[in-house]
Design a protein around this ligand. Structure first.
Ligand code: AMP
Length: 431
């Protein structure tokens, strides 16, 4: 009997591979992309936060919202004793939990945090959609300034631009304050109620629980029913309008193009005011690269006892890799060893084993074969590894305390005294 990975999950291997029509990038590629994300976000003043993968179910139910698909049907939840756990489906609620738990508000100023890590949603797996996937994102907590919204979007866009992804569409909207949205919700409900029999089952359910989500519909008949529907814009107060205008003005001042989309709602319950989504037409059905928005009411929902305005974005790593593929971005391969050591005979093997260790301690990337195989087999291994130099030690060399150094590019070889090997290599190999 053999085992296979769970449906909707994937392994990240030292080299990229293709399975089910998807190319899975190598671990080196992941490290590279993660380092670009960390570097850009650090430059924008964000600092990394790492939170546990398991959280209390109640945090997610409250934080993400009881009417969302995530909470209603996509949670990987389990219990032990009286405690209910969930594998985190996103990181905003966990980050706000950590912010409140560690009283980060008392550190003064705004907290600008970023994260990268796995998330879990029991969705139907398909291209670009997994059950274990990875998100990166930011949370700026403690300010309602529209500058923070524009900065969040600018940081997000810079990551994609740095990685050569330019074929994107940024859509933005405002969801207003909770009270404005509540009034709008009622107006939308009254508008759709007379035609509710023509709605899909999901939309009929949403008409009761969260009618704004119907605006997201992909069903053409439903889109038609929405023609002439009231828009949230008509329900916005002066402050919400001014906030939205300032976000747009700041984006424009940074040269960031966007499309205003009054239908953009996003599937999470906690958003207020600014909401945005970044899409790539190159991605097919799962076109959302990233999304985010303001969530001024979330901390209170999680027991802060006071309003803590905040804004963030969340992006999918797997979608980012799909976009990188579409943009023909060259992902780095794992570095080759500078040196590969070949030993012939048991005594030489012991000596080389020790030598390899010393060179590694001296900071050189060195490898060797194990198992006392033939010269030919070891040479093949050295070629496969792509080493720039090969060191060869046999009985003769061992007796004379020398070793053969071969330049794999030119084919030239020389004998070097083992005692001065370190010094010699330092002149050849950049550290
Ligand atoms: P959300 O938290 O739903 O706003 O998702 C933010 C981003 O995470 C999306 O734009 C996607 O790029 C990514 N994402 C969400 N769910 C999945 C999934 N099941 N598989 C892969 N990526 C996902």
């Amino acid at each position: 009997m053999t085992f296979q990975r769970i449906k909707g999950t994937f392994d990240i291997l030292p080299e990229s591979y293709t399975a089910g029509g998807t190319t899975f990038a190598s671990s080196t590629a992941w490290q590279h992309v993660e380092s670009v994300i960390r570097e850009v976000l650090t430059r924008f003043g964000f600092r990394e936060i790492r939170t546990p993968i398991i959280e209390p179910t109640e945090l997610i139910a409250r934080g993400v919202g009881g009417t969302t698909d995530i909470v209603q049907k996509e949670m990987f939840a389990f219990e032990r004793g009286d405690t209910h756990y969930v594998l985190r489906p996103e990181l905003t609620a966990p980050v706000v939990r950590a912010y409140l738990e560690h009283h980060l508000d008392q550190k003064g100023g705004t907290q600008k945090l970023f994260y990268i890590g796995p998330c879990f949603r029991a969705e139907q797996p398909q291209k670009g959609r997994f059950r274990q996937f990875h998100q990166f994102g930011t949370e700026t907590i403690g300010t309602d300034s529209p500058a923070a919204d524009a900065e969040t979007i600018a940081a997000m866009m810079t990551i994609y631009r740095t990685l050569g992804i330019t074929n994107t569409v940024l859509r933005i909207n405002t969801l207003g304050e909770a009270s404005e949205r509540a009034a709008y919700r009622e107006a939308l409900r009254s508008f759709l109620d007379p035609v509710k029999d023509k709605l899909s089952e999901t939309s009929r359910r949403r008409l009761e629980t969260n009618p704004l989500r119907i605006l997201d519909t992909k069903i053409p008949q439903e889109q038609e029913l929405l023609i002439g529907a009231p828009t949230l814009e008509d329900f916005l107060g002066e402050e919400s309008v001014a906030h939205y205008d300032e976000v747009k003005a700041r984006l424009t001042s940074l040269g960031i193009d966007f499309v205003k989309d009054p239908r953009l709602v996003r599937g999470l319950d906690y958003y207020t005011r600014t909401a945005f989504e970044l899409e790539s037409p190159d991605l097919g059905a799962q076109s959302a690269l990233a999304g985010g928005g303001r969530y001024d009411g979330l901390a209170e929902e999680l027991g802060s006892g006071k309003r803590v305005p905040a804004i963030g974005f969340a992006a999918g790593m797997e979608r980012l890799f799909l976009a990188l593929e579409a943009a023909d971005y060259t992902l780095p391969a794992a570095p080759n060893p500078a040196i590969f050591c070949i030993a012939l005979g048991e005594a030489a093997d012991r000596k080389v084993f020790r030598l390899v260790h010393d060179l590694r301690l001296a900071g050189i990337h060195v490898d060797m074969d194990h198992g006392g195989r033939s010269f030919k087999a070891q040479m093949r291994e050295a070629n496969r590894a792509g080493a720039a130099y090969v060191l060869i030690l046999g009985d003769n060399e061992l007796e004379q305390n020398i070793i053969i150094l071969k330049n794999m590019e030119t084919g030239e070889q020389e004998s070097v005294a083992i005692a001065s090997l370190g010094d010699h290599l330092r002149t050849l190999i950049p550290s």
